[in-house]
Design a protein around this ligand. Structure first.
Ligand code: SAM
Length: 502
């Protein structure tokens, strides 16, 4: 199948079994499959209840051909070659208040949409973020359910937390009862493994009574170790599996109506109730991009990570006193015009200078005019702050930015009061902070807007002093190329865990 249709077919018996089980379908019901592929869910439904009335939509003509061969002779199955998101027929069904008793789907996700299509979708779904279509399928299908109708979807979990999906969450929380969300790694799905988020299977019921919706309790299942566990989820639970229960009304009250899923209820509570957040004590901003790194960016040596395709910097052209230049944002006019830049990568506390950017006057002019370049948040360039890499696969990390430039793979955190510099550095490297950020945004990305949301619990003076001293000692070790004693770090993390009470 061509990739434009994002045809990741559900070749997994446990996933299909769990999803069809969740659907609780009964004879006489009207069922919809909005993106049928080769009909895996239809086969499963047919095998339990023959002659169910099933409507199928599918966009890919080849898949439609196959579906017609398979089901064309069955009068209970109606196949439409069409676009579920733009179909006039489905809009009519939506306007009629929904007509389906059951909907089951594995909609396409992660596909690229051309600008024309995006424009059309924006008109049809003005409230929603249209660049990621799985959420549009979810929204359209929730509207296509009649009252009390049930939907089961397998989709990424990003709609639970990302800011761009706030309006979708608001709709779901007030127009449906979310019965169950089962969260698991994308690697459970054969042929798919994206690092940036998990997958989930959501089961929800359309409900026209708003207060009933808000009273509903969402059951969230986490901790599954393998896909096989899905098939027997309701017969048998293992100790490693956990159920988190959230009241829909409470989620609705959360910032951005986010679902904060954590085994530890104190974490969600802290995230919601915190009066002060990192964004209140520090400016969090994205860094610089030259627009042409191949030309302007230079490593100190080809041996450092990812440096092979770059030309090594001529050390005699490195500027040592750039920090004292008042007009540094105009570029450096002397031959020594290369400045250090902090890039991504999970190094804690201190990153030695390994990358340099051309900061000559002409180069800077180019950064300011080239459309590809990002000369953004320039008032923070060459200041002292903290570099948090935008992508961190397991543990969030942070290192000092000492009067350096920082690139766009970094969120620069600049304390409003410098007394918090080393304390925040300790905080960002701590497991406590990791738990918080992963609950705020479970994907591997930490853009500035999520870092800002991390609760900031003001420590006792004694604690802040001790953390600051230890973090300074750690940096001093690293500066000398030495390893720091591990107990330094554990002491910092214990102090922070105690301050946060988690
Ligand atoms: C992820 S596959 C899932 C197929 C099948 N339901 C399964 O689980 O194996 C998504 C299917 O949606 C179809 N599709 C993509 N965009 C669509 C759209 N806008 N309307 C209807 N079908 C669409 C693709 O051609 C593909 O067959």
């Amino acid at each position: 199948m061509e990739d434009v249709y994002k045809s990741y077919y559900t070749k997994s018996d446990p996933i299909v079994r769990y999803m069809i089980g969740q659907l609780s379908v009964q004879s006489g019901m009207r069922v919809f499959e909005p993106c049928a592929g080769d009909g895996v869910f239809i086969d499963a439904l047919n095998s339990i209840i023959p002659k169910l009335s099933i409507d199928i939509y599918e966009l890919n003509p080849k898949a439609v051909e196959l579906l017609t061969k398979k089901y064309g002779s069955q009068s209970n199955i109606r196949i439409t070659r069409g676009d579920t998101l733009t179909s006039q027929e489905l809009i009519l069904f939506t306007n009629a208040g929904g007509i389906y008793d059951r909907i089951v789907a594995n909609p396409p996700y992660g596909g690229w949409l051309d600008y024309e299509k995006r424009k059309r979708l924006k008109k049809l779904f003005p409230e929603l973020y249209v660049k990621e279509t799985y959420t549009l399928f979810l929204f359209r299908c929730a509207q296509l359910l009649r009252d009390k109708g049930i939907l089961v979807f397998i989709i990424p979990d990003t709609f639970l937390n990302l800011h761009m999906h706030t309006r979708l969450r608001k709709y779901l929380l007030t127009n449906t009862k979310i019965n169950e969300i089962c969260l698991f790694p994308s690697s459970f799905f054969p042929g798919v493994s994206f690092g940036y988020s998990n997958l989930c299977i959501i089961t929800l019921q359309r409900c026209s009574d708003r207060s009933e919706c808000l009273d509903n309790e969402i059951r969230i299942i986490i901790g599954l170790k393998n896909v096989g566990e899905l098939a027997e989820l309701h017969q048998r639970m293992y100790e490693h599996q956990k159920i988190v229960r959230l009241k829909q009304g409470d989620v609705y009250q959360n910032i951005d109506h986010s679902l904060f899923v954590s085994e530890d209820p104190r974490i969600a509570c802290l995230i919601n109730s915190s009066m002060t957040r990192v964004g209140d004590v520090a400016d969090c901003v994205t860094g610089f991009y030259s627009g042409n790194d191949k030309n302007y960016l230079h490593p100190i040596s080809r041996d450092i990570k990812n440096a092979k395709r770059y030309e090594v910097v001529d050390r005699s052209l490195v500027c040592d006193d750039y920090a004292s230049k008042e007009d540094i944002l105009e570029g450096i006019a002397t031959p020594e015009h290369f400045v250090p830049i902090v890039k991504g990568g999970g190094t804690k506390y201190f990153k030695p200078d390994t990358w340099y950017m051309d900061w000559g006057v002409e180069a800077v002019k180019d950064y300011k005019t080239n459309k590809k370049a990002r000369f953004q948040n320039a008032q923070y360039y060459f200041k002292t702050g903290i570099a948090v890499p935008m992508v961190s696969s397991s543990q969030i990390t942070a290192a000092l930015i000492e009067n350096r430039l920082f690139d766009q793979s970094i969120v620069g955190v600049f304390p409003k009061d410098m007394k918090w510099l080393y304390y925040l550095l300790g905080l960002f490297n701590s497991p406590t902070c990791n738990k918080l950020i992963r609950t705020i945004n479970p994907s591997t990305n930490n853009p500035a807007n999520y870092i800002k949301k991390i609760p900031f619990v003001e420590p006792l003076d004694l604690v802040s002093k001790e953390v600051t001293e230890i973090v300074q000692a750690i940096i001093s070790h690293l500066r000398k190329g030495k390893e720091y004693p591990i107990n330094f770090e554990t002491r910092v993390y214990d102090l922070i865990a105690a301050t946060y009470g988690i």
